[in-house]
Structure formats: structure tokens, C-alpha cells
Design a protein around this ligand. Structure first.
Ligand SMILES: O=C(O)CCC(=O)C(=O)O
Length: 290
């Protein structure tokens, strides 16, 4: 692997962790808008008055586990999440860490709620080792995405945070298969890669609200069990450089640009993305016919 000459940290290390850089009022707004959505879906206001979103949502999802399946449907009702996604600060971080002058938001993004592991029935949140390039459409070539992962509360190892393998971006795309808990890099491929490159060691990301973790589409990462008693909320957005493919055509009619005001235009795109009937194809599911 060659990586000594790279100018930008996302090219060399493949990941970067910015601590306490996000405005707390914007994070508060996102948590408030999520709470309002949970109330519309049946969470009692009296529970919210006594505890914060992280604890109240454990009670809510414990009694309404099916609601975990509809989290993505909440995004079109969370303008503050798109305000965060298009915040000029995110553009500055991508400029500094990836060298991108301007970036656009990819339709590949998620809101996640990870319950304490003994309650969690959703496979969507405890993902095995994988690379995010696998979420892109296999018909699109020359994609280069960065994932911007944003915890909305405590996200240490105990809270089911991330583990990342620095420099694994230099391995390029590795073969994956769809495992029980989501896409997973083939175990033999991973073992061989780690044996051949003994400098590749996982690090545990100890993150909390206010932090931003950015990683390359080829950086190997996984998501741990939540061993705490609270729900771990997070957002993960993907970005491309302006003018380049965002990896999933047809989900919305255009890619919003970082710095754009979040008005009806952007929220219409969010609705369009959620209600799109264009089938989602993922590279990880591609079946090679030789
Ligand atoms: O938030 C998580 O727990 C998993 C995130 C992840 O693996 C991803 O965004 O690719």
C-alpha cells in the first residue's frame, strides 16, 4: 500500500474525527424535531417531560418496535437534519480533510436509533465490517463519496459507537456479501488484508454530540452493540464533490449543495427521496456473471 505522499487526511488515514465542532442549538433542534415525530407516533409527552430523548425513546421503541422500521420516513419531517447536512461548516471540514472546494449531499443518508442490545430487534444498527462504497449503485462508475457520521448523543464504545480501521481506504473495494446483520466484507478477504498489512489495526471511536466523524468510502468500519441503557441516535450523510456522481441516480432530481438554504426546495427533495419508487440497487448485492 502506498500512502506517504497524500496531502489530505482522508486520502492518507482514510478518516478524521472532529470533536465538539457542531452548534449545540442546531443539535437541540434536531432532537426536538425527532421527539415531536415520536409524539405524533404515540410517545407520551409526560414521558418526554421526565426524561430526555435518549431515555424516552428506549421506552417508546420497546413498546413499538415496528416504529424502528420507519425511521427513514421521519427525515422529510426533520428540516433541521437537512440544515445540519448542508451546514457550511461541513463543507469546510470536507475542504480541509478531502480537499473538496464544494460538495453536494448524496441521497444515501440515514437516521439511526440504536437501542440497548438486549432490546434491539433491528439489524440496521449493528453492522459488521464493511465499506460504504457497497451502498452505491453498481451501474455508476467513478463514484467517490465521503461519509459524515454525526452522533446526536453519547456514542462511545459502550453506547454502540463505531470501530474504524485507519488506512484501510488504500485496500480499495473488497468483496462483500450480505450477512444477517447487513453487508459484510468477506471474512477471508479481510483476514488476508490484515495479515498482509500489519499496520492496519481497528480503533474505537469515542464520540459524543457535537462531534463529526468523516471517512472514505473504502475505509473499513463496523458498528458495535449498544451496552448502555439509552438509545444511541445518529445521522450519517454521504457527500460527493460538486459535479461528480453521488452514487444513487433517480432517488431525487438533483443533489442539494452544501451551503444551500433549507427551504421547501430541499425538503421537497427529501420527500422525493423517501417516496421514490426507483428501485435501490446496491453494489454489495451485485451478482457477477462471468
Ligand atoms: O451508525 C451506525 O451504527 C452504523 C453506521 C455505518 O456503518 C455507516 O454509516 O456506514
Amino acid at each position: 500500500m502506498e500512502y506517504s505522499q497524500e496531502k489530505y487526511i482522508l486520502d492518507s488515514l482514510g478518516w478524521v474525527h472532529y470533536r465538539q465542532v457542531l452548534p449545540s442549538d442546531l443539535l437541540d433542534n434536531i432532537r426536538t424535531q425527532i421527539s415531536q415525530q415520536l409524539v405524533l407516533r404515540g410517545l407520551r409527552n409526560s414521558i418526554l417531560q421526565k426524561s430526555d430523548l435518549n431515555s424516552a425513546s428506549v421506552r417508546f421503541f420497546r413498546s413499538n418496535p415496528k416504529q424502528l422500521l420507519f425511521l427513514q420516513g421521519m427525515l422529510p419531517s426533520l428540516p433541521s437534519a437537512y440544515e445540519l447536512a448542508l451546514l457550511p461548516l461541513i463543507g469546510n471540514l470536507l475542504a480541509e480533510s478531502a480537499g473538496w472546494a464544494q460538495a453536494v449531499l448524496s441521497p444515501i443518508h440515514n437516521l439511526r436509533a440504536k437501542l440497548p442490545w438486549n432490546l434491539n430487534s433491528s439489524p440496521f444498527t449493528t453492522l459488521p465490517w464493511h465499506q460504504d462504497y457497497g451502498a452505491t449503485d453498481p451501474t455508476v462508475d467513478y463514484v467517490r463519496l465521503m461519509t459524515v457520521w454525526i452522533p446526536l448523543g453519547p456514542a462511545s464504545t459502550r453506547h454502540g459507537g463505531l470501530e474504524i480501521i485507519p488506512r484501510s481506504n488504500h485496500l480499495g473495494w473488497l468483496s462483500h456479501s450480505r450477512a444477517e446483520r447487513g453487508p459484510e466484507v468477506d471474512q477471508e478477504t479481510m483476514r488476508d488484508a490484515l495479515q498482509a498489512n500489519c499496520n492496519l489495526c481497528p480503533v474505537s471511536v469515542q464520540a459524543s454530540a457535537g462531534d463529526v466523524v468523516i471517512f472514505d468510502q473504502f475505509t473499513l468500519h463496523r458498528s458495535l452493540k449498544n451496552k448502555s441503557r439509552i438509545c444511541r441516535w445518529s445521522l450519517d450523510f454521504r457527500y460527493a464533490e460538486l459535479g461528480k456522481s453521488t452514487g444513487r441516480p433517480g432517488q431525487w432530481e438533483r443533489d442539494p449543495r452544501i451551503g444551500e438554504n433549507v427551504g421547501e426546495g430541499v425538503m421537497n427533495l427529501a420527500r422525493q427521496r423517501y417516496s421514490s419508487d426507483v428501485p435501490i440497487r446496491k453494489r454489495v448485492d451485485e451478482i457477477l456473471t462471468l
